[in-house]
Design a protein around this ligand. Structure first.
Ligand code: BG6
Ligand code: MG
Length: 217
């Protein structure tokens, strides 16, 4: 059986969710907006533009488009500064084992990310070759929880949505997979990701026999 395995990037494959948070926090601080880790959950999986809007809404700050554009550039520059020294060591535990297992089982693999920085991150961490298809923030118009990114990925892999399995660390991403009629696997905390069909704290907790079961379903 062939399914389609779709991986989110930030917070699933690499621990960049932390860097996005630090970079946004810097902007929030400058604007005197209280921005906590809990608020940050709202930003996970969400596009850069929408993230800024959410932060401004939190602080009830109204801003001109010019200011917004400046902050968006500033945020990305700050974020990119964290990526300069990125290498394979930043890949999250169990990810390579999962990708290797899926390859051995001849399963199509896609990246489905909201990030416009996805390709350089895959290159820096040396895992580009695992992905048959890459769909990122440059390819979509509707941000998660809209399922567009995953629907495009499944289509490019030649799979029906119901045969797609999505790994996600964000609430918006889990919702996108569910809305797209795909199997959602949340990577993270149950209290946050309870809408996912299955939830695991990280990839090392996923049994390969479980994945095998999904493949043969
Ligand atoms: C998502 C992250 O993967 O990509 C978000 O979870 C981020 O936090 C979004 O804002 C957009 O990323 P980028 O790299 O294009 O700013
Ligand atoms: Mg993510």
């Amino acid at each position: 059986n062939k399914k389609a395995f779709i991986f989110d990037l930030d917070g699933v494959i690499v621990d960049t969710a932390r860097y996005h948070y630090l970079a946004w926090q810097k902007i929030a601080q400058e604007l005197n907006i209280d921005f906590t880790l809990e608020h940050n959950e709202l930003l996970k999986g969400v596009s850069r533009v929408r993230s800024l809007d959410i932060i401004l809404e939190l602080g009830k700050v109204e801003a001109s488009q010019e200011d917004k554009n400046r902050w968006l550039i500033q945020k990305n520059e700050e974020y990119l500064s964290y990526l300069v020294d990125m290498d394979q060591s930043e890949i999250l535990p169990g990810v390579i084992a999962m990708l290797t297992f899926l390859k051995e089982k001849n399963q199509p693999i896609a990246l489905g990310s909201a990030s416009k920085n996805a390709r350089p991150i895959l290159e820096k961490t040396g895992i580009m070759q695992y992905f048959d298809v890459i769909v990122d923030g440059n390819d979509v118009t509707n941000a998660k929880p809209d399922p567009e990114v995953f629907l495009i990925a499944a289509k490019l892999l030649g799979a029906k949505p119901e045969d797609a399995i999505v790994f996600e660390d964000s609430v918006a991403g889990v919702q996108a997979a569910n809305i797209g009629n795909m199997t959602s696997i949340g990577i993270g905390e149950e209290t946050t990701l309870y809408e996912a069909k299955y939830i695991y704290p990280d990839f090392t907790h996923i049994d390969m026999s479980f994945i095998e079961g999904l493949i043969n379903k």
